[in-house]
Design a protein around this ligand. Sequence first.
Ligand SMILES: Nc1ncnc2c1ncn2[C@@H]1O[C@H](COP(=O)(O)OP(=O)(O)O)[C@@H](O)[C@H]1O
Ligand SMILES: [Mg+2]
Length: 220
Amino acid sequence: MIEVRNLTKIFNRGKFNETVAVSDISLKIKDKSIVALTGPSGCGKTTLLSMMSLILTPTSGEILYDGDNLLSGSDNFKTNFRRMNFGFIFQHINLLPQYTTIENILLPLYAFDADPKEYEERAYSWLKKLGIYDRATHLVEQLSGGEQQRAAFVRALIREPKYIFADEPTVFVDEETSRIIYRIFMELREAGKTIVLSTHDPELIKVADEVYRIKRGSLA
Ligand SMILES: Nc1ncnc2c1ncn2[C@@H]1O[C@H](COP(=O)(O)OP(=O)(O)O)[C@@H](O)[C@H]1O
Ligand SMILES: [Mg+2]
């Protein structure tokens, strides 16, 4: 279970441009569920996801995974926890444009003990599922936005992490790919994964077990 307690993020604190992006949000996320954060642009969805996934340090509050307060751990511990347990489908975590799709998927695996070769087959089957098999050896900079989004999906899921964070995962893809993505999320839930996502997509919201509406940094 993920438990968020009184989480707050204030950017540029004390300066003229101080922004309270997330204000005192508390929520609990059950294992094996799909949770959607929704709300108008600028309401704090990305900031909340970034804090929950330990990319961004909160101004105050706590984040517990199975009862452990991760924020009290060292940077090293947090980095390791993130690597071992999290998959990210974030718009601002870009693929490497000068590398091919398959390289983008397999290169991060060198950071682990695993032999990327072992993952190659799995990567190709994901690419097939997402309809970009024939883009495997193309440079990422030559892919469309939607194709890049799908490549980022495969990269995030290849190690089958327990927790998957997805920031507006269907925003750049067509309806057909969106439907594939809904199905993949449902399959991942079935396989015991927990998916936390932000979205404006009403069809994706329907798939969620729980929906949190955010308004100006607070739960609405
Ligand atoms: N790095 C940052 N520095 C300053 N302000 C930020 C930063 N990131 C986000 N913000 C501000 O925080 C608020 C919430 O942003 P964000 O979490 O990106 O919203 P959403 O994802 O819901 O569109 C916005 O007002 C945004 O301008
Ligand atoms: Mg956002």
